[in-house]
Design a protein around this ligand. Structure first.
Ligand code: FNR
Length: 190
């Protein structure tokens, strides 16, 4: 069982990168094979229909899409920009949703996958508004989303130097989301 984990932020000190790492460790401890990626390593142009028509999917969009295809579950940490999903995350989803040939099934990188979401922000809501938007997008794409999620507010003071959550209960809850995704994915595969 393979889980692809990433944050919707490219920022070096991203709170969501820290959070997804904790959840990814939880999934690993529960027996999943986890691939943790950084979207910074997948620089994609903004989706452009003319670019797609002339040269197909850009190299890094293709790499990202095929990683998704190769994994059963998705673990995503979503930041919040202006009460919604970040451009980086939406752009990656948009490119990965595109078909590369006429005989490719629609939304092959999404349909039937499992997913769990976590979120973090320096604000008081912990990016829960973006969580709702990402959930809405993925559900419509045929992804089976786990109902549970974890959101970290006041993220600027939530993590220690090693990247763990200072609050032991939150650290446990974030790792548990990864573990639950592993279990959920295993059950769905039966
Ligand atoms: C933000 N930020 C933000 N935070 C929030 O809780 N709600 C919001 O609506 C917004 N809006 C917003 C818009 C833009 C354009 C930026 C750049 C930032 C702050 C945001 O949560 C903060 O930069 C986080 O640190 C982003 O997540 P990472 O990069 O730490 O994972």
């Amino acid at each position: 069982m393979k889980i692809l984990a990433f944050a919707g932020s490219t920022r070096t000190g991203s709170f969501n990168k820290k959070l997804v790492r904790i959840a990814a460790d939880g999934a690993r401890e529960a027996g999943a094979e986890v691939t943790l990626i950084d979207l910074r390593d997948f620089p994609m142009p903004l989706y452009d229909g003319d670019l797609e028509a002339s040269s197909g999917l850009p190299e890094h969009a293709k790499r990202f899409k095929h990683l998704m295809i190769d994994h059963h579950g998705l673990l995503i940490a979503t930041p919040e920009y202006n009460s919604s999903i970040t451009g980086v995350l939406k752009n990656a989803i948009d490119w990965a949703s595109r078909e590369e040939s006429d005989d490719e099934p629609p939304l092959v990188a999404f349909r039937g996958k499992t997913a769990a979401l976590v979120s973090a922000s320096p604000g008081g809501f912990g990016a829960t508004r973006s969580l709702r938007h990402v959930r809405g997008i993925l559900v419509h794409m045929g992804v089976y989303l786990m109902p549970e999620s974890v959101s970290i507010s006041a993220a600027y003071e939530a993590f220690d130097e090693q990247g763990a959550l200072k609050d032991a209960a939150k650290q446990k809850a974030a790792a548990a989301i990864g573990a639950k995704l592993a279990e959920f994915t295993r059950k769905l595969a039966l």
